[in-house]
Ligand binder design. Structure first.
Ligand code: SF4
Length: 323
């Protein structure tokens, strides 16, 4: 089990399968910075499923337990289910999606071995949904996708980014929509990810502010070390709060991220990654890869959220490393 400089294990791997997306959420991929002719990664630069599987196999001896498939929008990547079948089933396999294509693939994903899906949904009223996602898409499509995922037997969480002045009404509306279901709703504080989302503290609604809108919230234990959400019971429903700005959780962060072109990032707010594609394509063995990744992780000391405001570097875009 490899540990970083703060004794944190490498337990979770988030894999960005593509830097492309069929939405332009203003807090992640604002259209003015990601127009239709944006120079996305060329196919030749993107790791193949076999290459990604090699990296996963190299990380299991280091302590890897969970793999989360992300993007951009992972369901835009072809034959995704073939990749899921390459991932050892003893790992906890999850995916984060915007849900627009979920209805089409839910059953196939489950059969391929996916266990859990997190759907990003910032509003259920069409006006706010279209403003937040900067698309003409309909939230009903996402809600139908969620229903298909539930019927397929996938465990579903809904992640809602709250941005002051945009969607505070979602704090009540979204839990109400899933009342009586096993869908867990989690609210995310608006974060200063990347360099393009015009972040400012005034637009952050903190977890404490959100909780003050609920009566009789009962705090719950974390499911595991390194869990990002602070869990609460609201009636029969579970609600979570991901509070990277007001309550940083770097202390037990065990998350590594790989971009679609094979750069290993040791923090969501990192600048440069470590190029694993080069050694992969030089024919590195599984042991070579394990050694290289182990050395990178041993040198890790990231804790951006604890240091926010005192560290200056150009941050990688979230859509490039998958949130
Ligand atoms: S800021 Fe970086 S180190 Fe801290 S929890 Fe987030 S990803 Fe982990």
């Amino acid at each position: 089990m490899v540990k970083d400089k703060r004794g944190r294990p490498l337990r979770d791997l988030r894999i960005s399968l593509t830097d492309r997306c069929n939405m332009r959420c203003s807090y992640c991929m604002p259209r003015e910075h990601f127009p239709a002719d944006h120079p996305f990664l060329p196919k030749s630069e993107i790791l193949s499923y076999e290459e990604l599987a090699s990296l996963i196999h190299a990380m299991i001896p280091l302590g890897l337990e969970k793999v989360r498939l992300t993007g951009g929008e992972p369901l835009l990547r072809r034959d995704l289910c073939e990749f899921i079948k390459l991932i050892p089933s003893e790992l906890d396999i999850a995916m984060t999606t915007n849900g627009l294509l979920l209805g089409k693939f839910a059953e196939e994903l489950k059969l391929a071995g996916l266990k859990r899906v997190t759907v990003s949904l910032d509003a259920i009223d069409i006006e706010t949904f279209q403003v937040m996602s900067d698309t003409k898409a309909n939230p009903e499509t996402v809600l139908r996708g969620i229903e298909s995922a539930r019927l397929a037997g996938l465990k579903v969480k809904v992640n809602t980014v709250i941005r002051a002045g945009y969607n505070e009404h979602s704090i009540k509306a979204i839990p109400e929509r899933f009342l009586g279901t096993d869908v867990i709703v989690r609210f995310i504080e608006f974060m200063d990810v990347g360099e393009t989302n015009s972040w400012n503290l005034q637009e952050v609604v903190t977890g404490d502010q959100m909780r003050s809108m609920f009566d009789h919230l009962k705090s719950l234990e974390a499911n595991n070390i390194g869990e990002v959400a602070n869990r609460y019971k609201f009636g029969n429903q579970e609600i979570g709060f991901i509070e990277s700005v007001s309550k940083p959780f770097c202390n037990d962060c065990s998350r590594a991220r790989i971009s679609a072109d094979g750069a290993l990032h040791t923090c969501l707010f990192s600048s440069d990654g470590h190029d694993l594609k080069a050694i992969l394509r030089m024919g590195a063995s599984k042991d070579d890869l394990s050694k290289a990744i182990s050395t990178i992780w041993n040198g890790r000391s990231d804790a951006y959220s604890e240091q926010r405001g005192s560290v200056e570097h150009t941050k990688v875009e979230m859509s490039y490393i998958g949130g």
